[in-house]
Design a protein around this ligand. Structure first.
Ligand code: KMH
Ligand code: ZN
Length: 274
């Protein structure tokens, strides 16, 4: 089995300090959380950014400020900025971080319920996001919240409208209103991806670590972090993203799987030298 790539989704757009005081808002807090995750063993940081008061933003300037500051502390980390942003943002707003030419960025693979809201990703939006990533030589991480999202993105890939070969998927399971976080659902998704693809699993809330264990055992990769789950265990808030990553590292060790560095992750994900 390849080494395990751990992604830390350190911030997200929806979680708040009211829910866990360690959720980062300021540039300094975001850097601190990125460093805690990388020091614990994360090869990748999936990045959302906020205004100082916690408001989610896709501002190019704010992303640049955060990315530059993270690289100062973690010079080699693989950063995956979000193009999902927060529910209700326009496509133009969400695409701003792609102007910074990151190595990778997320590309969300379809519209879905998202708790009380609807997270909009129509086919025209996905074509626009794919076009931008083809133009800017950005490898997408294809985020699938629903079973049908896989079919939508594979249809666009077959037509050459989004980057393909090899594709990297992130199966986000357990969002309220989307595909539940079960091993059979994960197996169904993994069985549907093209040969040579790579994949990551993200379990939301209490599903974070059971899904991590499944991902480790099945030869996939794992995402954890405050964006997805605020608790280290039932009733115990995590003090940092590093604590969440450390728990995945311990699971991997128990199951005999090595943990990839950022450069090893780049190799596994077939990222071209830039
Ligand atoms: N904040 C969610 C509505 C992404 O980063 O691409 C969407 C999200 C996906 O977080
Ligand atoms: Zn995200």
């Amino acid at each position: 089995m390849e080494k395990l790539i751990i992604t830390a989704a350190i911030c997200g757009a929806e979680v708040t300090k009211e829910q866990n005081p360690a959720v980062p808002y300021t540039v300094e807090e975001i850097v601190k959380e990125a460093k805690s995750a990388v020091d614990a063993g994360a090869a990748i940081v999936h990045l959302h950014v906020r205004e100082d008061d916690g408001t989610p933003t896709q501002s190019k300037a704010r992303f640049k400020e955060c990315i530059d500051a993270i690289y100062k502390e973690c010079p080699n980390v693989l950063l995956i900025p979000s193009t999902g942003g927060a529910v209700g943002m326009t496509a133009e707003e969400r695409l701003q971080p792609t102007e910074l030419m990151p190595e990778m960025a997320t590309l969300d693979c379809g519209t879905c319920n998202f708790g009380d809201d609807v997270f909009e990703n129509t086919m025209p939006m996905m074509r626009a996001f794919g076009k931008r990533m083809l133009e800017n030589n950005i490898k997408p991480e294809y985020e699938c919240f629903e079973m049908g999202h896989l079919d939508s993105i594979l249809t666009l890939a077959k037509k050459g409208l989004v980057p393909a070969h090899p594709m990297q998927f992130n199966f986000v399971l357990g969002v309220l209103g989307c595909t539940p976080a079960t091993v059979p659902n994960l197996c169904w998704l993994v069985n549907g991806i093209p040969a040579g693809s790579t994949w990551t699993v993200t379990g939301i809330g209490r599903h974070a670590f059971p899904m991590a264990a499944a991902g480790i055992a099945m030869g996939g990769n794992v995402r954890v972090g405050f964006e997805d789950n605020l608790y280290l265990e039932k009733g115990v808030l995590a003090k940092s993203n590093g604590e969440l990553v450390d728990k995945v590292v311990r699971l991997a060790k128990e199951l005999g799987r090595g943990v990839a560095t950022s450069d090893e992750a780049r190799e596994i994900l077939s990222l071209k030298k830039r």
